[in-house]
Design a protein around this ligand. Structure first.
Ligand SMILES: Nc1ncnc2c1ncn2[C@@H]1O[C@H](COP(=O)(O)OP(=O)(O)OP(=O)(O)O)[C@@H](O)[C@H]1O
Ligand SMILES: [Mg+2]
Length: 260
C-alpha cells in the first residue's frame, strides 16, 4: 500500500485477541483485525465460520443472546466497547446494522425513520423529523421513489426498496459505522446492483463492514477482505491481494470454489 503523499490510513476499529463462546462452543478464536475508516471491509468464509458472530461483536449485539461470553477487545476510535463503563445502547447508536432480510417495522416509511432518533432524543417532532426523513432517504437513494407515499407502510415497498429503507433507518441515527449481514442475498440482481452502488457512496461518510457469500460482490465493492474459517481469521488483506495472491491454502481453496 502506498503510504506516501496524502494517503493517511486511519484505523476505525481494531479487534484484539477477541474470543467468543456460545455456551461451551467457541465461535471466534483470537481475532485480530484492523478495519479502516471510510472503507468497505468484506467478511467472507464458509457457512458457520463466525462471520455474523464477528459482525455482531462490533456493536455488542451478541450481548442480546443468552449464554454468550466475549473476551478480548473491540476498540472503536481508541476505546474498547467491552469496557465496563461503556453503554451498549450508545454503541449501537454509533454502529448501525442492516440484516439479510429487510425488516422494516410494521409502521409507515416516515415512522420507520424517526422512531429511533425520537427515542434517543436526537430530533424533535415536526420540521426536524421531516428534514431527517428526507436526508436519510436521499442518502439511501430512495427519496425519489417514496417521497409521495411517506405515510404508507414500509412493508408495502419492494424487497430492494425495503432494504434501502433499512439502510436509511440505520443512517437516520447518525452512526459512523454501518454493519451489513448479507444485505443483498434476498434481493434480485437489479436491487443488488443498487445496494452495491449505494455501499460505494456510503463509504464516503461511513465505515462499512459487510458479510457476503457472493465473492464477486466482495471483489466489486470491498477495499479489504477478511477470510474466516472455523472461527479463525485465516487471512486479511486488500481485496485485490486476497483474491489474486492469497497467502493461505485455505483461502485459495475457498475463493477458487474448492469448498464452502
Ligand atoms: N445464537 C447462537 N447460539 C449458539 N450458537 C450459535 C449462535 N449463533 C451462531 N452460533 C454458532 O456459532 C458458529 C458461527 O455462526 P455464525 O452465525 O457466526 O456463522 P456465519 O459465518 O455467519 O454463517 P452463515 O454464513 O451460515 O451465516 C456456528 O457454529 C453457529 O452454529
Ligand atoms: Mg451469518
Amino acid at each position: 500500500m502506498n503510504l506516501s503523499g496524502n494517503f493517511q490510513p486511519r484505523i476505525k476499529i481494531q479487534s484484539r485477541n477477541l474470543n467468543l463462546w456460545y455456551g461451551d462452543h467457541q465461535a471466534l478464536k483470537q481475532i485480530d483485525i484492523d478495519i479502516h475508516q471510510n472503507k468497505i471491509t468484506a467478511l467472507i468464509g464458509p457457512s458457520g465460520c463466525g462471520k455474523s458472530t464477528f459482525l455482531r461483536c462490533i456493536n455488542r449485539m451478541n450481548d442480546l443472546i443468552d449464554h454468550t461470553c466475549v473476551e478480548g477487545q473491540m476498540v472503536i476510535d481508541g476505546k474498547n466497547i467491552y469496557d465496563a463503563d461503556v453503554d451498549e445502547v450508545a454503541v449501537r447508536k454509533r454502529v448501525g446494522m442492516v440484516f439479510q432480510h429487510p425488516n422494516p417495522f410494521p409502521k409507515s416509511i416516515y415512522e420507520n425513520l424517526i422512531y429511533a432518533p425520537l427515542k434517543h432524543r436526537q430530533v424533535k417532532k415536526g420540521n426536524d423529523c421531516d428534514e431527517l426523513v428526507e436526508t436519510s432517504l436521499k442518502k439511501a437513494g430512495l427519496w425519489n421513489e417514496v417521497k409521495d407515499k411517506l405515510h404508507t407502510p414500509g412493508t408495502s415497498l419492494s424487497g430492494g426498496q425495503q432494504q434501502r429503507l433499512c439502510i436509511a433507518r440505520a443512517i437516520a441515527v447518525k452512526p459512523d459505522v454501518i454493519l451489513m449481514d448479507e444485505p443483498t442475498s434476498a434481493l434480485d440482481p437489479i436491487s443488488t446492483k443498487k445496494i452495491e452502488a449505494l455501499m460505494m457512496e456510503l463509504k464516503e461518510s461511513y465505515t462499512l463492514v459487510v458479510v457476503t457469500h457472493n465473492m464477486q460482490q466482495a471483489r466489486r465493492t470491498a477495499d479489504f477482505t477478511a477470510y474466516f474459517h472455523l472461527g479463525e481469521l485465516v487471512e486479511f488483506n486488500t481485496t485485490e491481494q486476497l483474491f489474486t495472491q492469497p497467502q493461505e491454502t485455505l483461502t485459495s481453496d475457498y475463493i477458487s470454489g474448492r469448498f464452502g
